[in-house]
Write a protein that binds this ligand. Structure first.
Ligand code: GDP
Ligand code: GDP
Length: 435
């Protein structure tokens, strides 16, 4: 179970200051895992051995005077739906406001535990002023200073008592993150909508690692995965004329956050240069890739059609030839499950580790069978191979003269690795080290 703490309150009370304080100690670790260091509105925290996710609801619900109503409702809805505990923050400098009362009246109806947190209690004297907030009718008031940390320990001691369990260090760790990419009109939203359809079971919808992306946690077709949707950028593109620019931005952002990119092509148009660009970008970023040829229902087919399509795609992508290609019809719900299943497989291929002994058993034989060609009368001798402990597969070949390995031989080794170990859909790297 993931323990989730949501911070709600009107703008400027200090929500994001507290949020940053709570996730501070864990940030370095998380960034290391996810490779993401940007602004975000949810993060992972720990207190006395209990792990929890913190959501700064204010971070993605913009509060301005004229949209108070909507903003409150949205914040509180998110908080009440998602959270195990709600921190309702008020501000000792401004005292009790009407807006605080509006928040309170909604929160009083919630069944979730709500803590009134009186922020900006930088001194004991100020902390004593917090009693006015008992008028909110939500029980105990906890004076804290998000800025200097005072009072936060007492607050957290109480908060963690409401968690059902110890929590998970990183609730998203190990769950595949998919981005659905492709040119406009190829069927991306239709695909996502099918996933949202009756087969779906969304576990949770939390704001993602950046202001503009939403990570939706699915449990569909018996598979658990997270779909990355950069909703915010889509909204912007409606305001701005430059749809193309924003669609490129969206693509790049979603791609960066994903483990596997599901790249959709339009069967009625074949593979186009923009498709090649997206796939190359994903490969360059060492992302897993599944190619989905959509609108297959619109193609007149015989026995050879799929094969012809595959050949054309691989020709355009050469020398890359390791991608699974699935022919789908989102409209007729054909092979949707297959696409998700493939994406999960590719995710597994991307994270798996081959033992040094099986690598050497297999690859040293191949090397013996076809050794690196001699260069300037010098013989390259490869002694052993090991997979490096990196996030994506990298294989180090230890040898006497690494500088003499030619690109063609590198490709030979990569092909042999792919032949013996399943790395379908995954860019792999081969490096040479001196030994
Ligand atoms: P949010 O809009 O609720 O997320 O509020 P912010 O975290 O952005 O804080 C609003 C302002 O209050 C900023 O200028 C903070 O520096 C200030 N602030 C936040 N926490 C404290 C605190 O504990 N004491 C004092 N004196 N100022 C604080
Ligand atoms: P997006 O711009 O990539 O999100 O594409 P949409 O999901 O909005 O789809 C664009 C159009 O293609 C819509 O009219 C869809 O109904 C249609 N479409 C999507 N998938 C398929 C499919 O598999 N077959 C057919 N015939 N039409 C499709």
């Amino acid at each position: 179970m993931a323990n989730i703490v949501a911070i709600v309150g009107r703008p400027n009370v200090g929500k994001s200051t507290l949020f940053n304080r709570l996730i501070e100690s864990r940030k370095a670790i998380m960034d290391d895992v996810s490779g993401v260091t940007r602004d975000r509105h949810y993060g992972y925290a720990e207190w006395t051995g209990k792990f929890f996710t913190v959501i700064d609801t204010g971070g993605y619900v913009v509060g301005s005077d004229d949209i108070f109503e909507g903003a409150i409702r949205e914040q509180v809805e998110i908080a009440i739906e998602e959270a195990s505990v709600v921190l309702f923050m008020v501000d000792l400098d401004t005292g009790l406001t009407d807006l605080d009362k509006d928040f309170a009246s909604v929160l009083r109806k919630s069944k979730k535990p709500v803590f009134v947190v009186a922020n900006k209690a930088d001194t004991n004297l100020k902390a004593q002023m917090s009693s006015e907030f008992y008028a909110l009718g939500l029980g105990e008031v906890y004076p804290i200073s998000s800025q200097n940390g005072s009072g936060t320990g007492d607050l957290l001691d109480e908060v963690v008592k409401h968690f059902p369990d110890e929590g998970i260090e990183n609730p998203e760790a190990g769950i595949p993150r998919f981005a659905v990419l492709g040119r406009p009109n190829v069927g991306k939203s239709s695909f996502v909508n099918v996933l949202l359809g009756k087969e779906r079971s969304i576990v949770t919808d939390i704001a993602g690692t950046t202001r503009d992306s939403i990570h939706t946690h699915y449990n569909a077709f018996g598979k658990e995965f997270i779909l990355i949707d950069t909703a915010g950028l889509r909204k912007k593109s409606k305001v701005n004329d430059n749809i193309e620019f924003y669609s490129v931005l969206r693509t790049i952002q979603a791609l960066e956050e994903a483990d596997v990119c599901i790249v959709m092509l339009d069967a009625t148009r074949g593979i186009e240069s923009q498709d090649v660009n997206i796939i190359s970008l994903a490969a360059k970023n060492k992302k897993g890739i599944v190619i989905m040829v959509n609108k297959w229902d619109l193609v007149e087919k015989d026995q050879a059609t799929a094969k012809k399509f595959t050949d054309t795609i691989l020709e355009r992508l050469a020398p890359m030839d390791y991608f699974p290609i699935i022919f789908t019809s989102v409209i007729e719900k054909q092979r949707i499950f297959k696409a998700i299943e493939k994406a999960v497989e590719v995710f597994e291929n991307r994270t798996k580790k081959i033992s040094t002994s099986s690598l050497n058993d297999v690859m040293l034989k191949e090397i013996e069978h076809y050794p690196p060609p001699a260069i300037k009368g010098k013989f390259v001798k490869i002694k052993y191979i090991t997979q490096l402990p990196t996030h994506t597969p990298v294989f180090a070949f230890f040898c006497n003269l690494p500088q003499y390995i030619q690109p063609a031989y590198e490709r030979y080794l990569e092909n042999k690795l792919r032949e013996h170990f399943d790395f379908e859909g995954v860019p792999i790297a081969v490096v040479f080290r001196k030994k």
